[in-house]
Ligand binder design. Sequence first.
Ligand SMILES: Nc1ncnc2c1ncn2[C@@H]1O[C@H](COP(=O)(O)OP(=O)(O)OP(=O)(O)O)[C@@H](O)[C@H]1O
Ligand SMILES: O=C(O)C1=C[C@@H](O)[C@@H](O)[C@H](O)C1
Ligand SMILES: [Mg+2]
Length: 411
Amino acid sequence: MKLGLIGKTLGHSWSWQIHDMLIHEHYQNWELSEDEVIPFLEKKDFTGINVTIPYKEKVMTVLDEISPTAEKIGAVNCIINRDGRLYGYNTDCDGFMELVKTAGMHMEGKHAAVLGSGGAAKAVMAGVSQLGGIPVMVSRHPHDDMISYQQMYAMQNRFSFLVNATPVGMFPHMDETPADLDVFEHLEGVVDVVANPLRTKLCFQASCKGMPSTGGLGMLVYQAAAADALFTGQKVPQERIDACLGTLLKERRNIVLIGMPTSGKSSVAQMLGKQSGQQVYDMDTLLEQQFGTSIRTCFETHGEAYFRAKETRLARELASKEGVIISCGGGIIKNPENMQVLSQHGVVVWLQRNSLFPSSDRPLSADEASLKKLYEQRRGLYEMYSDIQVENNGTLEDTAEQILKKIGERK
Ligand SMILES: Nc1ncnc2c1ncn2[C@@H]1O[C@H](COP(=O)(O)OP(=O)(O)OP(=O)(O)O)[C@@H](O)[C@H]1O
Ligand SMILES: O=C(O)C1=C[C@@H](O)[C@@H](O)[C@H](O)C1
Ligand SMILES: [Mg+2]
């Protein structure tokens, strides 16, 4: 089988790795210029290909047959060569539907605001409809049946779901967000088709509100699985799809430990590193190295604001890493920006320990009374920002194992 992906720039594509895991087949990248696309297709020297930006519409002109869904969407991302005849499909739509189902979201009879008007947005519109939902396309330059962002906000009451199908928030523009979630009063879930970062700012804001949300990595894997079923004529077993997602997440997702001073973040991080083989970064230790003094001395000399600014800068630096363990200082949750950047590629674990103790090394919890006060001030924030909560009352080994187990159970 000769399989691969065509598009303009493919350096950042994860598809070759995904298809390798799903069907153990070699999958090539063919970077083509505008003029090369049609001759490439006419040569028909492939078994099956995926098509990505910006050629999903252009390829339709030379296909022999196009599936009704792809025709309706107006974009093809999968082409099969059957005895010299080219058949076009849209598996982005299948991928989107699978993503929504896996996230446990039920769109039947509900309105979904779909942000964007490009190929991805059109596939999402078809997916929402096939799931029984009522999609409404939202665009900065609305025409035909689309509405503007202003109109969306004006009718916010109607929407149960918000789907981002624009590139806003995608790496490297991770501080951007396509919509203001605060305006919506009845949202049940947020879907972002962006896969990098794993959690966009939009999804972070949804998690802070306790609202179900999902990023686009699952869609990327599910659309690939749907394409593989067309390439091979056989369904990809679910276990293989799950294993593929698990591997991609393990390689890219950081484990971020938050919690009260002395809850065990640094010790558990070291144990996790030992058990999983991932690199460990201890923020307080790194800051102490940077200052050349203890944290207490830094507070005494420069004040808390100085320390917090350095902490945020370090959080941003570490947030760009992938597949590592990050142990935070207890006060990391004081600045929402820290948690947003650390959550981009991170699963955030709140470590809880019964026997917390005052420590002269930690300026804000040097005695029992301040420790207690600190806990009351911070527990709501630890809860809001964490994906997983784990007790650290047994051995460090047990705690680390429990964390890895709970993370493994998440998709
Ligand atoms: N599960 C555990 N079993 C035994 N001792 C533990 C356990 N977890 C933590 N400790 C001990 O508690 C103390 C505080 O742990 P650690 O320094 O890892 O906490 P921390 O959350 O990183 O604190 P800080 O926020 O002050 O950096 C250490 O002496 C550590 O050995
Ligand atoms: O970036 C990628 O590798 C891809 C993205 C989407 O366009 C998919 O439709 C395509 O199959 C592969
Ligand atoms: Mg520590």
